[in-house]
Design a protein around this ligand. Structure first.
Ligand SMILES: Nc1nc2c(c(=O)[nH]1)N[C@H]1C(S)=C(S)[C@@H](COP(=O)(O)O)O[C@H]1N2
Ligand SMILES: [Mo]
Length: 326
């Protein structure tokens, strides 16, 4: 078996050799399997049991009242799919990598600093963020630019609740989200796939739209690390990459901020990145999508909806050519 020796001295098998499903099997059956010898090496056995513990900590409940104004009626994506098929490039570019490696990230203590064009800059820890506004459950569609989507019950509140506390100045035209960069915990940042730390941005009216959610949990529990613990943003009418994970800084700025994907490939990923079936990605169509968890060989793709079906945001873009501002 191929073992990659990590600089921190931990042996990691190549990602492709253990499937995400195995990680989420109960610790008992996982360890039983090791006992019957399907994984032979002693150091790997130790590593695997350690990882099995780390990957399934006791889930921490997060009570929230469902806000029925923000619930799509599509069938919810099974928890296992939503937590094992992820994009979080700081932990590797394979969909199964974040579930395997993100447990290395320490999500407490954690602070988010809110700065720039605001009258009241502040630094808030996670407990303060949990208390800042009543927690709501909202069931949102999220569509990745790659052509797949999920339906997830998120826990949090409108980002506007936080924005009004810091009192943006009249110069605050945009908001930039800067995410965590932990070179020890994040094995994916050893390769310069993107400019680290991962950054994203919104126009101030997009950030203030009630749909835009400061998110601390999902499925009634705190966010799993692979889904962006301890705090992320969810912008359901935009492609998934706008929904930055593990945020440490929110900057209010005058000019359109740089964002990781836009800097990496400006012709493929625009600043706006509204879900739009009429604007194809240069390398593929955006007209349809596959819903994770319900895809089989004969499953038909779903048509992709303008703004991912969130028509209430259309007025934010009236008068804009959305082919130009893609
Ligand atoms: N920090 C960070 N945030 C990120 C990403 C990332 O690589 N790093 N990937 C984005 C992409 S491309 C998608 S589709 C969503 C996926 O969120 P999910 O794994 O919770 O479904 O997270 C987004 N947020
Ligand atoms: Mo994505």
């Amino acid at each position: 078996m191929l073992i990659k020796r990590q600089p921190n001295g931990v042996d990691l098998p190549f990602a492709s050799e253990i499937t995400p499903r195995e990680i989420f099997e109960s610790r008992r059956s996982f360890i039983q399997k090791i006992a019957v010898g399907s994984i032979a090496s002693a150091s790997l056995l130790e590593m695997a049991s350690r990882e099995a513990f780390a990957a399934s900590p006791a889930p921490q409940k997060l009570a929230a009242r469902q806000n029925t104004s923000y619930v799509v009626l599509d069938k919810q994506t099974p928890y296992e799919d939503a937590t094992t098929y992820n994009n979080y490039y700081e932990f590797g570019t394979d969909k199964s990598n974040p579930a395997r490696y993100a447990s290395a990230l320490k999500t407490r203590p954690w602070t988010v600093s809110i700065e720039g064009e605001v009258k009241k800059p502040m630094t808030l820890d996670i407990d303060s963020l949990l208390k800042l506004a009543p927690l709501e459950e909202r069931v949102y569609r999220l569509r990745c630019v790659e052509g797949w989507s999920m339906v997830i019950p998120w826990v949090g509140y409108s980002l506007s609740e936080l924005i009004k506390k810091v009192e943006p100045t009249s110069n605050a035209k945009y908001v930039q989200f800067v995410t965590e960069l932990d070179r020890d915990a994040m094995i994916g940042v050893r390769r310069r796939v993107l400019d680290w730390p991962y950054t994203e941005g919104l126009r101030i009216d997009e950030a203030n739209h009630p749909l835009t959610m400061l998110t601390l949990g999902m499925y009634g529990e705190v966010l799993p690390n692979q889904n962006g613990a301890p705090v992320r943003i969810i912008v359901p009418w935009k492609y998934g990459f706008k929904s930055a994970k593990s945020i440490v800084k929110i900057r209010f700025v005058k000019d359109q901020p740089s964002t990781a994907w836009n800097s990496a490939a400006p012709n493929e990923y625009g600043f706006y990145s509204n879900v739009n079936p009429q604007v194809n990605h240069p390398r593929w169509s955006q007209a349809s999508e596959r819903r994770i968890g319900e895809d089989g060989f004969f499953t038909k793709k779903r048509p992709t909806l303008m703004f991912n079906g969130y028509d209430q945001v259309a007025s934010l873009y009236s008068g804009m050519d959305l082919k130009k501002y893609f």
